[in-house]
Design a protein around this ligand. Structure first.
Ligand SMILES: Cc1cc2nc3c(=O)[nH]c(=O)nc-3n(C[C@H](O)[C@H](O)[C@H](O)COP(=O)(O)O)c2cc1C
Length: 198
């Protein structure tokens, strides 16, 4: 019997009730689960206590693992946990509303915490190499007015770049963009795209 599909759901909308990205994430996870005979789902809600990296964190990260003090290890504990969640997942589902043309600050904080040299990426003579291989990511983007892929979309190209940097190159975006003008039509288009996922 094949192993159960492991999904990591990363939610970054500040809103819960009425959040379009949260609703779409749920639908996508149900679809993926249905198509794969079930799934193990870990939810990482970035509205829950998160932290920003700071001088102590960067110092701990730059210290070789075997030389880290207990304090430094403790400072990296959340980052270690977030990285372990990514490493364990076959599929990553990211809900990413467009906030002020880019990603929510919580999602950027998560990105800072999972970008770990020697763990999720490394530098080689040939350039950077992502270390999270063989994974698929879906990114659910919602916006009030900014169309996905437009000149003012600093959300989706950034997420694609970052995921590629850590080795996740198989990335599919599903957008409910332009909600202020398209309304339900934008959500329906995203729902249709979710139904059509392989
Ligand atoms: C703080 C904040 C900033 C936003 N900034 C933008 C923006 O720059 N461009 C845009 O098109 N929509 C913007 N919006 C609209 C959201 O992208 C839209 O409401 C989306 O549905 C939010 O995702 P959610 O429904 O999952 O919470 C913003 C909304 C909020 C709350």
């Amino acid at each position: 019997m094949a192993d159960t599909l492991k999904i990591l759901s990363v939610e970054s909308s500040a809103q819960t009730a009425g959040s379009v990205t949260r609703k779409l994430s749920k639908q996508l996870i149900e679809t993926l689960s249905g198509k794969n005979g079930g799934a193990e789902v870990v939810v990482r809600d970035l509205n829950q206590p998160l932290e920003f990296i700071d001088e102590t964190w960067v110092g701990a990260n730059y210290t070789a693992p075997e030389q880290r003090s207990e304090e430094q290890k403790a400072r990296l504990a959340l980052s270690d946990k977030l990285v372990a969640e990514l490493q364990a997942a076959d599929v990553i589902v990211i809900g990413s509303p467009i906030y002020n043309f880019s990603v929510p600050a919580t999602l950027k904080a998560w990105i800072d915490l999972v970008a770990r040299a020697g763990v999720t990426f490394r530098y080689t003579e040939a350039g950077p190499e992502g270390l999270l291989k063989g994974k698929k990511a879906y990114v659910l983007v919602a916006s009030g007015g900014v169309p996905l892929g437009s000149d003012f979309d600093y959300n989706s190209p950034y997420i694609r770049q970052f995921l590629g940097f850590i080795g996740i190159t198989d990335v599919e975006f599903i957008a409910a963009d332009g909600l202020m003008t398209k309304g339900d039509e934008a959500v329906s288009a995203a729902e249709a795209a979710i139904k059509a996922v392989a």
